[in-house]
Design a protein around this ligand. Structure first.
Ligand SMILES: O=c1ccn([C@@H]2O[C@H](COP(=O)(O)OP(=O)(O)O[C@H]3O[C@H](CO)[C@H](O)[C@H](O)[C@H]3O)[C@@H](O)[C@H]2O)c(=O)[nH]1
Length: 339
C-alpha cells in the first residue's frame, strides 16, 4: 500500500470506516471516500483528522461524482449499496439504480481512469436470490464478470467478494439482541433453526485485501467460515453478557428471508480453487458465442454440494461464545460482567 491512492465507495459505512482506519496506518498517498452522507463524512473527517483522507460527496448513480472520486486511484473498493432487505423489496427501482447501474458506473469509470484493481463487495444473498437486495447484487456480479469477459485487454482487474453476515454490523441481529437484553425484553428469534455464516468486520476487510492482491479479472472470492443457528446465537449473546438463559419469543421467518444462506453454489464450488482461508472462483471466460453456452456441458458440478450455512462447520453454544469474544464491541461489554 506504499504510496498508492485508494477509493472506497460507500466509504462512511462500517466496512469503509474499518478499511480507512487500516489504510491510514499504512503509507498510502491518499484515501478517497465517496458517499452520500455529509454528516457521516464530517464525523469521519474529525475522527481521522488526516490530510490524506479526501471526502467526496456524491452517489454511485451519478457518473460524474464517481469519475471525480476514482480519478488518480490505484485501487477501488466498491462497498456502496442498498443493503436492507425490506427497503429494496419496497423500492426495487432504487436497488436497480444503486446496486446495478451504480456498480456499472464504478467499474467503467475506474477502467477509464486506469485504476489497477476494483473489488466489488457482494453478499451470500446474491446466491439463489429470493429478495430484491440479493437479486440486484447478483446482477452487480454479472455486470462485473461481463466487464472482465468483454474487455480482456483492459488494464483494470475487476473482481468480487461475497460475505456472509458481519457480526455486530449496524442494524444487524447481535446489537438488537444486546438492546433487548439491556431493556429486559425477550429475545426475538425469527426461526430457531435458521443458520447464518458468521464473519467479523476485520475478516471482511481481509477478504477484500486478499481479493485485490490475488485477483485475476472476473474472480470471485469468499472466506471460509463457520455458521450457527439464530437460537444458538441468541443464547450465546445472553450468556456472554451475564443474562443466563434468556426468554425467547419466536417470530417466524420474515418476508424475503431464507432458512439457510449459500456462499457458493455447487457449479462455483466445482471450479473453485482452495486458497487456505479462501475459495477463489475463476471467471467463466467463454466468449459471446451461444454454442459455448448451449452445446457444452459441465460434468463436475453434480459431484459437489453448495457451500451453505447449513453445510459448513456448525458452531455449538460454547464455540459461538468463543467466537463472540473475538468481537471487540461484545468483548468490551462482556468484560464488565462480574464472573
Ligand atoms: O429480531 C430478529 C432479527 C433477525 N433475526 C435473525 O438473525 C439472523 C441475522 O439477521 P440480520 O438482520 O442480522 O441479517 P440478515 O441475514 O437479515 O442480513 C444481513 O446480512 C446479509 C448477509 O447475508 C447482508 O449483509 C444484509 O445487508 C444484512 O442485513 C437471520 O437469520 C434473522 O432471521 C432474528 O432471529 N431476530
Amino acid at each position: 500500500m506504499e504510496d498508492v491512492t485508494v477509493t472506497i465507495t460507500g466509504g462512511t459505512g462500517s466496512f469503509g470506516c474499518t478499511m480507512v482506519e487500516r489504510l491510514l496506518t499504512q503509507n498510502v498517498r491518499a484515501v478517497h471516500v465517496l458517499s452520500r452522507d455529509e454528516t457521516k463524512q464530517d464525523a469521519m473527517r474529525r475522527r481521522f483528522a488526516d490530510p490524506r483522507l479526501k471526502l467526496f460527496l456524491g452517489d454511485v448513480r451519478d457518473l460524474t461524482s464517481v469519475q471525480d472520486a476514482v480519478a488518480g486511484a490505484d485501487y477501488v473498493f466498491h462497498a456502496a449499496a442498498l443493503k436492507q432487505v425490506p427497503s429494496c423489496e419496497f423500492f426495487p427501482h432504487q436497488a436497480v439504480q444503486t446496486n446495478i447501474i451504480g456498480s456499472s458506473n464504478v467499474i467503467h469509470a475506474s477502467a477509464a481512469a486506469d485504476v489497477r484493481s476494483v473489488v466489488c463487495l457482494s453478499t451470500d444473498k446474491a446466491v439463489y436470490p429470493v429478495n430484491v437486495m440479493g437479486m440486484s447484487k447478483a446482477l452487480m456480479e454479472k455486470v462485473a464478470q461481463a466487464f472482465a469477459r468483454n474487455y480482456p485487454r483492459s488494464s483494470t482487474v475487476v473482481s468480487m467478494t461475497r460475505y456472509g453476515n458481519v457480526m455486530y454490523s449496524r442494524g444487524s441481529v447481535i446489537p438488537l439482541f444486546v438492546d433487548q437484553l439491556r431493556r429486559g425484553e425477550p429475545l426475538t428469534v425469527t426461526e430457531p433453526r435458521m443458520t447464518r455464516f458468521l464473519m467479523s468486520l476485520q475478516e471482511s476487510v481481509e477478504l477484500v485485501e486478499h481479493a485485490f492482491l490475488h485477483a485475476e479479472p472476473g474472480d470471485l472470492f469468499v472466506r471460509k467460515g463457520p455458521a450457527c443457528t439464530v437460537e444458538t446465537l441468541a443464547r450465546a449473546v445472553a450468556k456472554l453478557l451475564g443474562y443466563g438463559e434468556p426468554e425467547i419469543r419466536v417470530l417466524g421467518t420474515r418476508h424475503g428471508e431464507k432458512l439457510h444462506e449459500t456462499l457458493l453454489r455447487r457449479e462455483e464450488m466445482a471450479t473453485s480453487i482452495d486458497e487456505g482461508h479462501y475459495y477463489r472462483v475463476p471467471l467463466d471466460a467463454r466468449s459471446l458465442e451461444y454454442e459455448l453456452y448451449f452445446d457444452r456441458g459441465e460434468h463436475r458440478s453434480v459431484e459437489v454440494c453448495d457451500y451453505s450455512s447449513d453445510t459448513t462447520e456448525q458452531l455449538d453454544l460454547d464455540q459461538t461464545l468463543d467466537l463472540l469474544r473475538t468481537i471487540p464491541e461484545i468483548a468490551s461489554q462482556a468484560s464488565q460482567v462480574p464472573s
